[in-house]
Every structure is written in C-alpha cells, then in structure tokens.
Write a protein that binds this ligand. Structure first.
Ligand code: GTP
Length: 597
C-alpha cells in the first residue's frame, strides 16, 4: 500500500465514553467481519481475553475503507486503555500512530482522562479529530461540549463529528474525517529496516507475538532481524496483520502495523519501545523509543505454598512479557519466606496482576502491604531508594526522607466540590488551581502519592456519587516527616505488614489497621494481641478473644447442612491463611489492611 493511502490512528477517551463501541462500528462499517463473525469474533475475542488475559491492551485492527474520493484506504486502528494506571500503555499506542479520534460523551462532557489522553496525543504530535458520541441521548448537549473542548483543552471543535456509536449515526463521517484530516505516515521503503516494537505477548500456541509499526524498510518472512536495544538476533517465521483475525501477509512496509513471530523464547529479548532492524544491513540509529515506565507502587508477592516458588517465577516472567510496565525482583521476608518484590503503575494494576496470577496461573499468593518508593538520604550523604518499608534503615543513620508527590486533576460537579476539597486537605493536599467550566469545577492539587495510592479513587467516587473524574501525573519528590509503623502480632513484628506514614497520620493509621486486622483475623484458640508501634513505642492495640474449640458446637442437633457449611467455610479459610508464629492471618488482610474507610 502506498503511504498516501494509509492512516494510522488511536481512539482516546475517558472511561465509558464509547471507545469500544465506536471501534466495533468502524470494524462493522468496513466489512472486516461478516454479520455472523461480527458476533462470533467479538465474543471469541473476549473469551480468549478472559482466559489468557492477553490482547486486552494494545488492540490493533487493519481496516480497508473505500472512501468517497474513489480511493481505497488502509486504516490501522489502535485501541487504548482508559484507566489512569495505564497511561503508559496509551503513550505506547500513540507513538505508533499519526492521529487520534478524541471521543467525548456529548451528555457528559470533558472528563479528567479526556484531558490526560488528549495532552498525550498532542505531545505525540498527533492530528486530533474530536468526535462527540451518544448524541442519541436526550441529555446530549453537543454545543456545550464543543465549547468545553475549546475552553478546557484549547482544541478547535467547530468541525467535531457528531455521532451515536450505538445507532451507527455519523460513522461514515468519522471514516471520511480520518482520511481527509489525518496525515499519512512517512517512511522510506528503500532505507534499512526500522520498526517500533509496540507490544508483545506470550501465546501458548504461537510463542511470543510481537506487535510492530514499521517506519522504514520492510519486515518479511525469513529475514534475520536484530533488536537494537538488547542486540538479540532472530529469524522472522511469520508476518501478519489483525483484521481483527490474525492473517498472514508477505511483508510489512513503511507506515504499516502488524505482528511478527520469530521463534522467541526469552522474555528479556522483547523490550517494548525497542527498534527492530535488519541484521545484515542495520539502521544506523534506533527510533526514539518510549520513556521507560516507572513503577510507583511496590509490594511483595509470596506463594502460600513454598513449593510454588518456581512456578511463581515462571509465571511472573510470562506476565512481564505481556505487560512491560510490571517489574519484579526476588525478595526474602522473615515472615513469608522466598518471594518477589513487584512494582506496579498503581493499585488497580496491582490488583489485576494478582488476579491474573491467581486465575491464569492457578497461584495462591499473599501480597504484602503496598508501598510507594521513598528516597532515604543517609547521614553519610548517600541516597537510597526504599521499595519495602521493612528495609527502612535505622533512624539514627537517616538524615532525611523524601516522598513522591503527584499533581492531580479532578473534575467534579459543583454540589460535591466541598467534600472533594475536604478529602484533598485530609490527604495533605495543596491546592494549585480551582476553575469552573459551566457547573463543574476543575480542581488541581498537589498530593503525596502515598495518600492517593491506596483508596483515594474509591473515596473520591463515593463522595461524588461517581461523578468525579480523576487523573494524575508524578510531580517530583519532597522532604517529609515520615515514620515506619510496625505491626506486631502477639509481640512478633510481621514484616509484611509494616508501612510508612506521615508522622501526623501515624497514630490514626496504626489504630485503623489494628481495628481492621481485628475484623479480618478470625478468632483462634488463644487470645491474640495486635499492636502498632513506631520503634519501641506502642501507638495502638487491639485484642482478639479466644475461640470456643468447636465451631459447630453452637448448632445443636438437626441442622446438618448448616454444620457442613460452617466446616467448609472454615476449610476454605484455612487454604488462604498464613501462619505467623502460632497465629493464622488470612491472605486478604494484607491488602485490605491499608484501605482506609
Ligand atoms: P472502557 O472500555 O471501559 O474505557 O469504555 P469505552 O469508552 O470503551 O466505552 P464503551 O464502548 O464500553 O461504552 C460505554 C457504555 O456507553 C456502554 O454501555 C455503551 O453501550 C454505551 N454507549 C456507547 N456509545 C453510545 C451511544 O452512542 N449512545 C448511547 N446511548 N450509549 C452508548
């Protein structure tokens, strides 16, 4: 395909504004799938996604569109995730395209992720076509939303395309706008091969599948390719595109997107953002690549059964291939034995990884209390990064500690603003800006990441009845009065529950965690003391009373099913418990303990 007939675009939107629905309509309109397949395919895909949890992320589809100018165009669509934790994946998708469709729900208007995504698209040098969706809804107010797009984002919205992805209204106009308003890709077919490694994942049948965007030259079957960052060399076994079915093609040329399979077994060979070139006539310089993703939340993952350690190691390696923003390294805990310290982009990311390890790999794991990355300045002038509160050095060796801050942007309807401001202030926030767009406020705050990472989003949603939207970006480090709080169970510190907090919050947090653990740890045959301490000073204490021996003792006589249920429930609990000295602590306690209400 000549470059002038190719358009590469991403769809960006706030969550639920209709990105996936629009993608479906575009696929349908270009007849990529028959009516029957449309259903089958979409369902199949979802099933595979659910089972293997893979292609969920950077979906690409090649569409063929006969435009009104009489020419047939190849449109490469990239879907992008919406959640704030996955901003990094969005930036990767954007680097592979020249333009974006900015989808805004015409009944809701601009939200926090609309803004965050559009700024990323602008930074990537994209041409942006605003699309106002859901105009079938009675509450849709496209004129008001156009004004918002111009005022808040600063993007001309006069020629925004009005659509209903649900009814199909305006889809033809979207396709025409793509062809007319987005620039074609640039590239040189005769130059040495340069292709961007956009994403890669492990498929149990095909091995490692690599998603590429070719910039110069070609990729074809049989070619010896070299990964410029790692230096690894492989032979291409298959080249293809997603229509969205996987279809093999002879080769991929400049401006094209597709996949290659090259018999790669080692996870480490495929680093996202790397440049793939020809081994015999390599490019002189790699493509700019991506800013490396920086994990902001760390926690320990340990197998409940120590025999599963090797299985955990293999599973993490596979996950990492599929999720470049996930990091891990081996770690040993006094309480939990051998495990891994794992880094995530946010708490949702952490929960998803944990869920996938449990579901796809059948691993029963314990996650320790999550922590952000602190910077310890020692009295000897060294700077150390602290990923695990348990590793906090002796206070006498610390000169000062810095913690990471973020800049948060919150959109919220007027009537909930008071509650949101209170929440930000409670979390040590500093107001940077407060402006109004119609009856909605846009509050910009600086907040310590530590105060946001665990439950801020949940709290924000409940305070605003779901109407607030939120986005954040890292905003440097600042010195802070931080202390390590240890949790003791019957006098023994449980390293996996230690956490770091601002001194002003230490007592409140310590007390809250002790109370929470009192609820979460089932009664046992003896009394259990739960204490929170800063150094040797106890700041909170709860006691769990001893249990009567037989859990079924209270169900006399008749009700056998109830008895059985109780016993089964107890057994179920056992599986997911961890022994600390004599005390068993349920797995859920480790994560739940840090979520405040
Ligand atoms: P995420 O994948 O969660 O980021 O959401 P999304 O942006 O992909 O939104 P999705 O396509 O899943 O649509 C969200 C909801 O809006 C769904 O319930 C859709 O059925 C609905 N929806 C999408 N487009 C329209 C539309 O044009 N009109 C109406 N009335 N509803 C729509």
């Amino acid at each position: 395909t000549p470059l002038s007939r190719i358009r590469n675009f991403a769809i960006i939107a706030h969550i639920d504004h209709g990105k996936s629905t629009l993608a479906d309509r575009l696929i349908e309109a270009c007849g990529a799938l028959s009516d029957r397949e449309m259903k089958d395919q979409v369902l199949d895909n979802m099933e595979i996604e659910r089972e293997r949890g893979i292609t969920i992320k950077a979906q690409t589809v090649r569409l063929t569109y006969p435009a009104r100018d009489g020419n047939t165009y190849v449109l490469n669509l990239m879907d992008t995730p919406g959640h704030v934790d996955f901003a990094y994946e969005v930036s990767r998708s954007l680097a592979a395209c020249e333009g974006s469709l900015l989808v805004v729900d015409a009944s809701q208007g601009v939200e926090a992720q609309t803004l965050a995504n559009v700024y990323q698209a602008i930074e990537a040098g994209h041409e942006i076509v605003p699309v106002l969706n859901k105009i079938d809804l009675p509450a849709a107010d496209p004129d008001r939303v156009k004004v918002q797009i111009e005022e808040v984002i600063g993007l001309p919205a006069d020629d925004a395309v009005l659509i209903s992805a649900k009814t199909g209204l305006g889809i033809g106009e979207v396709l025409e706008a793509l062809v007319a308003r987005l620039p074609p890709p640039k590239g040189d077919a005769e130059a040495p091969t340069k292709a961007l490694l956009v994403d890669s994942w492990y498929d149990s049948y095909l091995g490692v599948v690599i998603l590429v965007r070719v910039k110069d030259g070609r990729l074809r079957r049989g070619q010896r390719i070299r990964f410029m960052a790692t230096g690894a060399v492989h032979t291409v076994e298959a080249v293809g595109v997603f229509t969205p079915k996987m279809v093999t093609v002879d080769d991929l040329g400049p401006g094209e997107m597709g996949y290659i399979i090259a018999g790669i077994k080692t996870v480490a060979d495929c680093s996202v953002g790397d440049t793939i070139t020809d081994d015999r006539s390599p490019a002189a310089e790699p493509l700019p690549g991506f800013k490396p993703s920086v994990p902001v939340v760390w926690c320990g993952l340990y197998p409940t059964d120590a025999d599963d350690f090797e299985k955990l190691r293999e599973s993490l390696a596979k996950l990492r291939l599929n999720d470049a923003s996930f990091h891990y390294e081996p770690e040993i805990s006094a309480a939990l034995g051998f495990g891994f310290r794992c880094g995530f982009l946010g708490l949702l990311h952490l929960e998803i990884v944990q869920e996938r390890l449990a579901r796809e790999f059948g691993l029963d794991l314990i996650a320790t209390a999550p922590s952000v990355v602190y910077r310890i300045h020692t009295t000897r002038g060294e700077v150390k990064e602290l990923h695990n509160p348990a590793d906090m050095p002796d206070p006498s060796t610390i000169d000062h500690i810095e913690e990471p801050w973020i800049k948060a942007t919150i959109f919220v309807p007027d009537e909930y603003l008071g509650g949101v401001l209170t929440l930000c202030n409670e979390r040590r926030g500093q107001q940077v800006d407060l402006t109004y767009v119609g009856n909605r406020a846009m509050a910009v705050y600086r907040l310590p990441l530590n105060e946001v990472v665990f439950d801020f989003y949940d709290r924000l949603k409940s305070i605003s009845r779901g109407y607030a939207s939120f986005d954040y970006a890292m905003d440097g480090y600042a010195e802070s009065d931080l202390v390590k709080i240890s949790i003791l169970v019957n006098g023994d510190p449980v390293d996996a529950l230690a956490f770091i907090a601002h001194r002003s919050q230490a007592e409140k947090r310590g007390r809250a965690i002790c109370e929470k653990l009192k609820e979460l740890i089932p009664r046992q045959l003896f009394k259990i003391a739960i204490q929170a301490a800063i150094g040797s000073r106890i700041i909170a204490r709860e006691t769990i009373g001893a249990l009567a021996k037989d859990v079924t003792a209270k169900c006399y006589g008749g009700d056998i099913t109830r008895k059985r249920k109780l016993l089964e429930k107890q057994k179920e609990g056992k599986k997911r418990m961890r022994q600390f000295g004599k005390v068993e602590i349920p797995q859920t306690a480790f994560l739940a303990a840090l979520k405040m209400d």
